[in-house]
Design a protein around this ligand. Structure first.
Ligand SMILES: [Zn+2]
Length: 426
């Protein structure tokens, strides 16, 4: 940040909200110096972002990148650095009052399978590689924030536990952050920040999701010789057709998607099995339950139709089709469940983010998303996901890229928000 810009912003923010909120810690000379240092360090933060990206971290294979973080945490002087039973990497920075314990995290995993080329290409302000934004940006930002705290020798009121989490994406189903709240730091976390995504927004709402793998099964057989047997692929097709016509409200935003299908034996076989993977999301738990029930009803209706269709034909002797003794069945397995929730607009954690935003001239914006914060939010623990600056496009795609124009603001905001939440011990 440019300090000639900072002063009028601070003055404005201070005079407008003096009665409503305490002044930002950004007014303190030590904090101001660290903010300036973070801006100067941004080229190195971008180099770090590229280094991290080139260490692959496919789903369920975050170990190598995790080891890099374990070493970094030690090098940066964090205490009690360890890898927990799920694979999360933790490092602590003790505060004066252990009753406050803030977890500051970013996720190690990407959506890309092993073997994906993650070498980073740079053109001007653009960095290009799968995973470069989501979440190598957050991971590099976390390291920059730790360095700024150490270099500035800040003593915080609350203890800060930095965590590089595993399993945020897809079928990882938040396994890393769940483990933190259920085992590793159970009952100890009072505040939670996730640094994830790009831009300067923040998320205070948790989009919940229910994900299923549905396996349709029947006897299977010859496509000509046993014509008349119920067909799992046909049943799946009937289900997809019904799901594609489900009704979901625009607000609260609720969505559904059949994302994967598979199955079959050969072109001239009636399949034994067919599978589909379905994802449904909503910011409202009630709407998520409704769409979930409608999805289950669609599967049940599809089975009924497929079974009844062939049973009716088999009853007609003129049709001369094979009678299905084994009806087609469907097994619905949960492969992901992310809880919903929302942090109250006037919660102190969001006020802290607003103070940081105001000091940096950022217009505060809170939306809902699906991140590591879903777990604390659903548990009623104050949490926020901060976007980590810059501008990302093509997330979860091979042409993912990150534009680093003014990206230092994301790191500065993360640092300042952390101080606002953890507090500076005088
Ligand atoms: Zn992410």
């Amino acid at each position: 940040m440019n300090s000639s810009l900072l002063r009028p912003v601070l003055f404005l923010a201070g005079s407008l909200v003096a009665l409503a909120a305490p002044a930002s810690l950004a007014e303190r000379p030590a904090v101001r110096a660290s903010l300036a240092a973070l801006e100067r360090a941004e080229p190195e933060t971008l180099n770090e972002q590229a280094r991290i990206c080139e260490i692959p971290a496919p789903p369920f294979e975050e170990k190598v990148r995790g080891e890099y973080f374990r070493k970094k945490f030690i090098e940066l002087g964090l205490l009690n650095v360890r890898v927990d039973a799920e694979g999360n990497v933790l490092g602590e920075r003790p505060g004066r009052n252990p009753a406050t314990r803030l977890v500051f995290s970013s996720h190690l995993d990407t959506v890309f399978p092993a073997g994906t080329d993650t070498r980073v290409k740079r053109h001007g302000t653009i960095l290009k590689a799968p995973g470069i934004a989501d979440d190598c940006r957050g991971l590099a930002g976390m390291l920059a924030v730790i360095r700024a705290l150490q270099d500035g020798k800040f003593a915080t009121v609350g203890t800060v536990v930095f965590v590089a989490t595993v399993g945020e994406e897809g079928l990882g189903d938040l396994r890393g952050v769940r483990h933190l709240f259920e085992k590793e730091l159970k009952g100890q976390i009072t505040h939670f920040i996730s640094l994830d995504g790009t831009g300067l927004g923040a998320a205070s709402g948790a989009v919940g999701s229910n994900r299923y793998r549905v396996t349709f099964e029947a006897a299977g057989g010859h496509s000509y010789g046993q014509f008349g047997l119920v067909n799992p692929i046909h049943a799946l097709g009937r289900a997809v057709e019904k799901i594609s016509r489900l009704e979901a409200p625009d607000s609260p935003k609720t969505t559904f998607n059949v994302g994967m299908i598979g199955g079959g034996t050969s072109v001239n076989s009636i399949a034994r099995t067919a599978t589909m993977e379905v994802d449904m999301r909503s910011v409202s738990a009630t709407e998520l339950e409704k769409i979930d029930a409608a999805f289950r009803a669609a599967v049940a209706a599809a089975l009924k139709e497929e079974n009844e269709f062939w049973a009716a034909r088999a009853r007609n002797p003129l049709a001369r089709v094979t009678n299905s003794r084994t009806p087609v069945t469907a097994k619905i397995e949960s492969v992901g469940r992310r809880p919903t929730g929302r942090v109250a607009d006037d919660a102190p954690i969001l006020q802290a983010v607003r103070r940081a935003d105001a000091a940096l001239g950022i217009a505060s914006r809170f939306d809902a998303s699906s991140t590591d914060s879903n777990i604390p939010i659903s548990l009623g623990i104050p949490a926020v996901t901060l976007r980590s600056g810059g501008d990302g496009t093509g997330n979860h795609a091979l042409d993912e890229q990150f534009d680093s124009k003014a990206s230092h603001l994301g790191t500065q905001r993360a640092f300042l928000a952390l101080l606002e939440i953890a507090g500076i011990a005088d």
